[in-house]
Design a protein around this ligand. Sequence first.
Ligand code: TXA
Ligand code: MG
Length: 371
Amino acid sequence: MSRAERAKILTPTPENICLAAEALRRGEVVGMPTETVYGLAGSAFDPAALARIFEAKERPTFDPLIVHVPPGPPSNVVAWLESLRLVDSTRLSPQACERVEALARSFWPGPLTLVLPKHADVPDLATSGLMTVALRMPKHSIAQALIMEARTPLAAPSANRFGRISPTSATAVVEELGDRIDWVLDGGPSDVGVESTVIRVEEDGQLILLRPGGLARESIEAALGASLHNAPSRVGSHLGTGAAQVSPGMLESHYAPSKPLYLLPGPIGALTPKQWAAIQSQTKNAAFLLMESREEKLVAAHFEGQTSVRSLCAGSQLPSANLAARRLFAALRELDGSSASVIFSEPCPWITGLGQAIADRLKRASRGEIK
Ligand code: TXA
Ligand code: MG
């Protein structure tokens, strides 16, 4: 069976949401829209469903999943998460609890994942044996409806094969996993476009940024009046068993197209003749990913050969990191599907806001920089 033959894209009618929720209750996995990227959902307390997620994604089991919770109360979030058998509050100080409450009040539902001490009932497969569990309350109405109808929290990593580009549309999920899953609920294009920001809340209330994502660091720091700490790139096993890393999914190479992607040393308009020569020496058929600039003509003027160009802020009077983030993965996917043999990307020009997430994903997608 070819990849596209098996998976069906479901319009999100109440009947189809029920159908998908029933499949989840039977231990099956379903493609779920969220505001960040599409996820591959399975019942968080069902080890067989979790095993299916890892299998479909070809994901190594050392990389833990994010558990998605239904819309919750505006206060006493920690006690509520404990009542859902997700969090062990005895391992959080009062200050840490306050921080969780403040973060949830400001940013849930939304693109923020909190890593908290896990309840004993959370299966080890969901957390890769770590003592912590990653939790997120999605904002997308179809995700919320599905979680509520399934009557269980849903573990859902991004719905791509391991290491590849996250899907931001139902058709992209079918491209990635169409031969392995039955259903994808269609919730339209993902609004944020990059994965959630992941923060670990330490027992004493310190906050560690594990993954820059769809919620800007500055927004979090402003809401709390406190700064986030950066995660060391790798650590040993103090979080749990085995050679666990701080955030095991944060591998150097990730979010990658199948074609080699190289970062340009500056915007297209600023490249020197020598740099163009270096680009030219790589291929006769190149793809270009432009950030803020809309200088498709400059590409044609400098590059001899065939080109495919995507400009993330095309058609907009107001180029912004938010717009670029929303379009980033779909553009990478298109360029990966073009006839080009190499992709060249402008570096991310935005230093703050979602610029951090864009720069992070481009770095992990790339094989290095053109000098
Ligand atoms: O926006 C998102 O977060 C999407 C949508 C579907 O919700 N999900 C997503 O999942 O990006 P995934 O599996 O692709 O990324 C999960 C990230 C990984 O970097 C993983 O290492 C980290 O969360 N993570 C999960 N549990 C963790 C834990 N207990 N400690 C540290 N990092 C954890
Ligand atoms: Mg992922």
